[in-house]
Design a protein around this ligand. Sequence first.
Ligand SMILES: *Cc1c(COP(=O)(O)O)cnc(C)c1O
Length: 373
Amino acid sequence: MADTGFIPVNEPLLDGNEKRYLDECVDTGWISSVGPFVRRFEEMFAGYVGCRHAVAVTNGTTALEASVRALGIGEGDEVIIPSFTIISCAAAVVRNSAVPVVVDCDPVTWNMDVSKIEECVTERTKAIMAVHIYGLPVDMDPLLDVAKRHGLFVIEDCAQAIGLRYKGRMCGAMGDISTFSFYPNKHVTTGEGGMILMDDDSLAKRCESFRDLCFKPGERFVHDELGWNLRMTNMQAALGVAQLERLEEHLERKRRIGRIYQEALGGMEGLQLPPPRMDYAENLYWVFGVVLDDSMEMDAKGAMAALREKGVGTRPFFWPMHEQPVLRDMGFFEGESLLVSERIARRGFYLPSGLGTPLEQIAAAAEVVKELF
Ligand SMILES: *Cc1c(COP(=O)(O)O)cnc(C)c1O
């Protein structure tokens, strides 16, 4: 793929049964959401994570929005989210007329600082959204404890955490409802796609109904609620099944990429690397992030430009939710200041971590980083 010399930040790996299953869709004419791969993908995925129900949807963003709605969260309710995350998390709350309340992240794991959650709980709090970031899980036990004591729902955003374990438990099986994304930079991809998992029967029914315009069984074109069209196509699900068949290899490859960077960059001054493990998890290295020490004159923007010049693709870290112009303009987060998120947003970025990128190129990227700093 990439023999232009430039090492892209991501490339998918599609060398299993992807083509064969796609051919099957075209040959049989089953290309819409009404096709056998959708159910098969849902069953395989639910079985793998260990949940009773799976609802395949169009992407990870809509999965979050439908999940918040399925929990009955709306006007006047508050949802606690990490500030250091993707806009999809805040959007899912805001689009349901609820209020996002942000928590800073931990300076070592870059995940939600769970010691700061309880102070955000009010009478209006309905849920905590736990987002597993970059390859390590949120420290879930303290979070689940706060949720339990205050009667809050837990939504797990596992877009970056397929196959990641926390104290042996699978991410996506610890909360009330969990969401996944199959965008091509995720380690199971369907091009575009998402999944919602849950054990609760009525939550599953609600998500299935939202996915399909809230058509009513028996009276199809009479609607009691407004839904969306969030249906995944059989072609996407065909890719998903092929990808799931290779998941163990994909996870192992992510970890190999992580080890290559750790070995090349470990011990370098001025550069903070992700921890290979915490006492509750082994890093999966969904991406390999780095944060420049304050002693370094360069910020992330400067470093990324320099690396680009040397043929290494990068991507900036998330920009904190409390610093998003669109959310500030809506009146959220006035006067909010969360120093860790603000700092790593300016000093962090991630390196090529794609499953489809040859490991020699990963090693080459690591060497370029080493030379630059
Ligand atoms: C990718 C991602 C999403 C959004 O998924 P899409 O499929 O791109 O809509 C949501 N949350 C996290 C943490 C993500 O990494």
